[in-house]
Design a protein around this ligand. Sequence first.
Ligand SMILES: CC(=O)N[C@H]1[C@@H](OP(=O)(O)OP(=O)(O)OC[C@H]2O[C@@H](n3ccc(=O)[nH]c3=O)[C@H](O)[C@@H]2O)O[C@H](CO)[C@@H](O)[C@@H]1O
Ligand SMILES: C=C(OP(=O)(O)O)C(=O)O
Length: 433
Amino acid sequence: MEKIIVRGGNALEGTVKVEGAKNAVLPILAAALLAGEGKSTLLDVPALSDVKTINEVLRHLNADVEYTIEENKVVVDASNKLALEAPFEYVRKMRASVQVMGPLLARNGHARVALPGGCAIGSRPIDLHLKGFEAMGAAITVGNGFIEAKVDGRLAGAKIYLDFPSVGATENIMAAATLANGTTIIENCAKEPEIVDMANFMNKMGANIKGAGTDTIRIEGVEALYGAVHNIIPDRIEAGTFMVAAAITNGNVLIENAVPEHLASLTAKMKEMGVTIIEEGEGLRVIGQPNLKSVDIKTMPHPGFPTDMQSQMMALMLKAQGTSVITETVFENRFMHVEEFRRMNANIKIEGRSVIMNGPNNLQGAEVAATDLRAGASLILAGLISEGYTQVTELKHLDRGYVNFHGKLVALGADVERINDTVEVRDEVTVQA
Ligand SMILES: CC(=O)N[C@H]1[C@@H](OP(=O)(O)OP(=O)(O)OC[C@H]2O[C@@H](n3ccc(=O)[nH]c3=O)[C@H](O)[C@@H]2O)O[C@H](CO)[C@@H](O)[C@@H]1O
Ligand SMILES: C=C(OP(=O)(O)O)C(=O)O
């Protein structure tokens, strides 16, 4: 079994460089399917297992995909007649596979995507995506584990109000609307930086999208889109994870490529706890403090506090003096890591949609499982300040969203290793893999 083994106690120091954003590159690769002519070249693509999966989905759909991992580059040629089905083997691995539905519907007038099903952080329905497609004239049918969307001729522009500012629904509808007949207006849409990046890419392809990053997006449909060249924005969640790594270890780390405006809610909370954060050159410097103040956090759609930073921040809050509360409002079941923190001796409990912590906690190393990708990162962060050894398993989740996480921590001075067999780790422990 693969494991990451962390020995706590080292303060992190140095510089770490943030990769391209997973949550931008996945919908952007799906949107590359919209180009009926020309190749799209995507740069600053992070070497993640999710990127490999979306590339497989694109190839399955008949696109030609060249991935040069060492150059962080993917070139997509979607000019062939596209297939219409994204099967369960991909959607099961990665829910973002459903983001091909809007582009396929726009190109083919027909798309079939396996129903994603629930996952470790909640049931995650896609009803808002489908309502949007329906408003644009598509007929939706569900059967045999697939969702099928079909339209005679072109989709028609429509006014669509989202009941919740869903990131995926905004992206899928925005992509579908680029080739629709007429104007689409999406109200109460998501405002995440990744939405803006995707809209910028599609505008380079020839789309006419205005308002991305605000709560109303207006898309004038065009006849055709063409391949374009685009650099993926830096990953604010990877940046945030290293900000916590610096703070939790009482270290001093420059996080290169971190975009301060994308990290405003996290920066505000960390400063409230007493952490020093300084804008410096092309990034953020984070300097830890031994005595942290407790804070309360509520996850919200952007520009609120991101749910994807909830578990990492929980690790930091375990170190704070007094009572801290985190309320999760975006996903209904994103607290699987709480039990794992408890295995590490944390004084922590779940009450409804909130988690209450009393600190400071003296965490102890334990064998814990990464229940989802951010949980994996947060358990490693907790391990950095735990007494003894922490062993984190289920690394497939971590690899979906972090490039060489343990290697980057080691470069900052952490005592972390990733093993794959039975290895003598230290004199005092033998790890059975
Ligand atoms: C690949 C990607 O970009 N993933 C991100 C994206 O996921 P994703 O796009 O799946 O997240 P959404 O914003 O769509 O989901 C937010 C909430 O809305 C609900 N919902 C969503 C769609 C729908 O049709 N019906 C519905 O009820 C979901 O169940 C969830 O409770 O945004 C999330 C919220 O910031 C992040 O945690 C994920 O990292
Ligand atoms: C929940 C996440 O991603 P996904 O939507 O791809 O599962 C995440 O990045 O934390």
